[in-house]
Design a protein around this ligand. Structure first.
Ligand code: PEP
Ligand code: MN
Length: 345
């Protein structure tokens, strides 16, 4: 259930109610909205608890949360949450664009990518150092060496870094270098990992599993939120269907549906969602039109030689074109995408 505080409730009243909730053996999550604060009380509760909490000073009402995901639900917060870290802001008026190679491959590759995507208007750098590959014989990533190169790229450009963490025991290491920890599609239901990133102190980009329902996706996000991390971004990256013309099927109705159900910001990955470079820009533009709060796009200096996902990666000129097109669509839906720093990259 949620304890909705009055808009003029004092910090002391809010603190008092949080303690009251805990005194009933419930976990409390304080969710600060622009209008008022809401306290989500999680756990087994009795009718008397509700009545007792409703009498507290500064309390407007106590209402049940109907959704199975509690803290993620739009019921507890009307406005979309904004996740901020360094150069990256997701969930506000501006549509964030996170771009970079699938895998970090070398200093030259990541630095040139970072500079090019920044010049085109991207506000964060992506790049995998730990790579979840379908085959154990494929390139598995540069690991800590790759993380160091990402940190170097941040130093040179000021761009926040988004990179995947694949296992619980890697969380501390990845959090040392990254600004945002990405949970890959294959790990959406790795609950121990979700709990670990819930305690890592850094924002998380949670990718949808290709076989996960939206309820399962939101419950996965709930694990991270319930572990104490409020900075979760959801990423639609395509699901597995009977269709084989694209690598995955990218369902953009997810964007609007998630916005109805949750206050968490929604990012779309048109690169993995299509698996085909020529389809990335049209689907990125469609994602913006559908209301996405951010995009994550694979960009490589020379896609032909990429060690992973070259087929779906854009080169710098193609990415610049994506940005121009998405900017135009953003304007049409009353959003904005950061301007390019230079005319041409
Ligand atoms: C990636 O971002 O390179 C990646 C492996 O994505 P996903 O987990 O969506 O397959
Ligand atoms: Mn990839």
């Amino acid at each position: 259930m949620i304890v909705v505080m009055k808009s003029n409730a004092t910090p002391q009243q809010i603190q008092h109610m949080a303690e009251r909730i805990e005194s009933f053996g419930l976990r409390v999550h304080v969710i600060e909205g622009t209008e008022r604060t809401v306290l989500a009380a999680i756990g087994e509760k009795r009718e008397e608890t509700k009545e007792s909490l409703a009498r507290g000073d500064g309390v407007d009402k106590v209402v049940p949360i109907l959704a199975s995901y509690k803290i993620a639900s739009r019921e507890v917060k009307e406005e979309t949450s904004v996740v901020r870290t360094g150069s990256l802001e997701v969930g506000g008026q501006n549509i964030a664009v996170i771009a970079g190679p699938c895998s970090v491959e070398s200093e030259e590759q990541i630095l040139s990518s970072a500079k090019a995507i920044q010049a085109a208007g991207a506000t964060a750098l992506r790049g995998g150092a730990f790579k979840p590959r379908t085959s154990p014989y494929s390139f598995q990533g540069m690991k800590e060496e790759g993380l160091k190169l990402l940190a170097l790229a941040r130093e040179e450009t000021g761009l926040s870094v988004v990179t995947e963490v694949m296992a619980t025991e890697q969380v501390e290491l990845v959090a040392k270098y990254a600004d945002v920890l990405q949970i890959g599609a294959r790990n959406m239901q790795n609950y121990a990992l979700l709990e670990a990133v819930g305690k890592c102190g850094k924002p998380v980009l949670l990718k949808r599993s290709p076989s996960g329902t939206i309820d399962e996706f939101l419950l996965a996000a709930e694990y991270i939120l319930d572990a104490g991390n409020p900075d979760v971004m959801l990423c639609e990256r395509g699901i597995r269907t009977f269709e084989t013309h694209t690598r995955f099927t990218l369902p953009l109705a997810t964007v609007g549906y998630l916005h109805e159900r949750t206050h968490l910001p929604v990012v779309v990955d048109p690169s993995h969602g299509t698996g085909i470079a020529s389809l990335v820009t049209p689907m990125a533009a469609a994602s913006v039109a559908a209301g996405a709060d951010g995009l994550i796009v694979e960009v490589h200096p020379d896609p032909e030689t990429a060690v992973s996902d070259g087929y779906q990666s854009l080169d710098f000129a193609q990415f610049e074109d994506l940005m121009v097109r998405c900017r135009a669509v953003a304007k049409a839906v009353d959003r904005e995408i950061a301007e390019a720093a230079v005319e041409s990259v």
